[in-house]
Design a protein around this ligand. Structure first.
Ligand code: NOJ
Ligand code: NOJ
Length: 511
């Protein structure tokens, strides 16, 4: 009687809570899913960009709207961060062979022009005169200032926008599609303002990318450093001068090291820690958005946070593990198996569920690392990264495994399978129509919070591009370290000027 009751209970439980996950390690369904979802993600992004985007009526040309959702939450705004993270995905598409889609060039040029206007709009963070207005996180889609209370300033916006425009500018320069002069006159004035903002304000407190806590934020520091390094090279290519970039960048790289918690083998993403563990997708996003395919994995304690570095791998494990027991959807996903991940374990925003874009980024970091290992021909398992590797290859010991060894192949295949697992999680909780919202319910996996989140779609496109081995050009991380010691919090006052709007000739030149 007792036994039968138990069996019945067990059967019922299995009926409600899946303890195994249907697609796990099914490569065929994953490839099919990626193919189908790629066109949905593309359309999803285009739908959210003005003026022609189907879901964002009233949006100014080139304005990237965060989501069409107008209530609970109201995301019908343009965030400098979300836009700055979406534009590179569009540039990457343009750089694919046999893709000279003039419609995409038009969108990128309209984005640039819209940002020239946006930079000059005075807002609650300040104005362009002293650069302070550049730290404003979001604007109305018709390009007017948003005046309600908000977590401001957010100092990741300007460097992300600079990097997005530099990516497009470099694309135009390397393809010879347009003259250096056209890039210099249309993109550089906007980029110069954003770089000046970074050199002047990088060390002042900021709201983090989640717009919640004030202080230093790892993601913000990482993208600030990258923008100055590539800004210096971009200026040089244009015959311009990036005032202070070369001087300040090493100090930012120095500051970046200060977030590392050696005991926890993880990044404390916010300083002060605000009572949180510090394990946060902030650091995973920092790794994938400062990934440099040509950078070495080493330079451990004085370098950039490369996806293949021991620190970034140890941090990946600590971060992913922090969600395993937290979400019902992770039942049956033990250590070494991919899991659904959110922003950070303590999160309660919109229910504090797992996010699509963070789960995708967890996979993306590993595809990046795989690319770097293959390029360098060696995987280093160190004392710091050992726990990460042990979960995937039990019994592995520290050492350098060259690509001629069996161990190299074993590790590589295990990491690849682990990486695919994150995409399989996303596949499992993507609804029939393929729309990617912001979050998916922690117990039943159905989409929650903002629908058709532009950033979710962009995260899908970059993660799956890396899976195919498509990587962005080097941004110069190789030459950027080691960081000096001790750190010096120096700053250089910027010069700001209203960028000239509407001078694009590039599109006409292309015709
Ligand atoms: C909330 C997220 O925390 C923030 O990073 C994002 O910019 C906005 N939503 C808009 O997507
Ligand atoms: C430690 C200081 O407390 C902080 O203000 C500064 O940003 C970093 N060092 C980097 O120099």
């Amino acid at each position: 009687m007792k036994l039968r009751y138990l069996i019945l209970l067990k059967t019922l439980a299995i009926g409600v809570i899946p303890s195994s996950h249907p697609n796990t390690n099914d490569q065929t369904t994953l490839t099919e899913f990626i193919e189908k979802e790629t066109s949905i993600a593309w359309q999803g992004i285009l739908n959210n960009i003005g003026a022609d985007g189907a879901l964002v009526q009233g949006a100014h040309p080139g304005i990237v709207v965060a989501s069409p959702s107008k209530s609970n939450p109201d995301y019908f705004y343009t965030w400098t961060r979300d836009a700055g993270l979406t534009i590179p995905a569009i540039v990457a598409r343009l750089t694919q062979p046999a893709n000279d889609d003039h419609a995409l060039d038009r969108i990128l040029q309209q984005y640039a022009t819209s940002q020239a206007t946006q930079q000059a709009i005075s807002n609650p963070s300040g104005s362009l005169t002293d650069g302070t207005g550049l730290g404003e996180p979001k604007f109305h889609v018709n390009l007017t200032e948003f005046t309600s209370p908000w977590g401001r300033p957010q100092r990741d916006g300007p460097p992300l926008r600079a990097s997005a425009l530099i990516a497009y500018g470099n694309h135009l320069l390397t393809t010879g599609q347009t003259t250096t002069l056209a890039v210099a006159s249309n993109l550089w004035p906007i980029v110069r303002n954003d770089l000046a903002y970074v050199t002047q304000y990088w060390n002042e407190s900021t709201f983090d990318l989640w717009e919640e806590v004030r202080g230093s934020s790892f993601f913000t520091t990482a993208v600030q450093h990258k923008a100055l390094v590539e800004g210096e090279a971009f200026a040089h290519a244009l015959g311009e001068d990036c005032r202070g970039c070369a001087h300040i960048a090493p100090q930012i790289l120095c500051h970046l090291q200060e977030y590392w918690d050696g005991g926890a083998r993880a990044v404390r993403t916010n300083l002060p820690t605000s009572g949180r563990s510090g394990l946060d997708a902030n650091s995973i996003l920092a790794a994938v958005h400062t990934f440099d395919p040509e950078a070495p994995c080493s330079l451990e304690d004085r370098g950039t946070f490369q996806p293949c570095s021991s620190r970034a791998l140890a941090n990946h494990k600590a971060f992913v593990d922090s969600f395993r027991a937290l979400y019902g959807v992770n039942r049956g996903r033990g250590v070494g198996t991919a899991a659904a991940v959110g922003r950070y374990a303590e999160d309660v925003y919109q229910g504090g569920h797992p996010w699509y874009l963070t789960t995708l980024a967890a996979g993306e970091q590993l595809y990046d690392a795989l690319y770097q290992w293959d390029r360098q021909g060696v995987i280093a398992v160190t004392a710091v990264s050992l726990p990460f590797f042990r979960d995937l290859v039990p019994g592995i010991i520290p050492g350098s495994y060259f690509n001629s060894s069996d161990e190299y192949v074993t590790i590589r295949d295990a990491v690849r399978q682990y990486a695919d697992g994150f995409l399989l999680v996303v596949q499992e909780y993507t609804p029939e129509g393929g729309g990617l919202a912001e979050q998916f319910d922690r117990d039943i996996g159905r989409p929650v919070s903002a629908v058709d989140l532009t950033w979710s779609f962009a995260a899908f496109l970059t993660a799956t591009a890396r899976r195919r081995g498509e990587v962005p050009p080097s941004w110069g991380a190789l030459g950027a370290g080691p960081a000096p010691a001790p750190c010096r919090a120096t700053s250089i006052p910027g010069h700001y000027a209203t960028p000239v709007v509407g001078s694009w000739r590039v599109h006409d030149e292309l015709r």
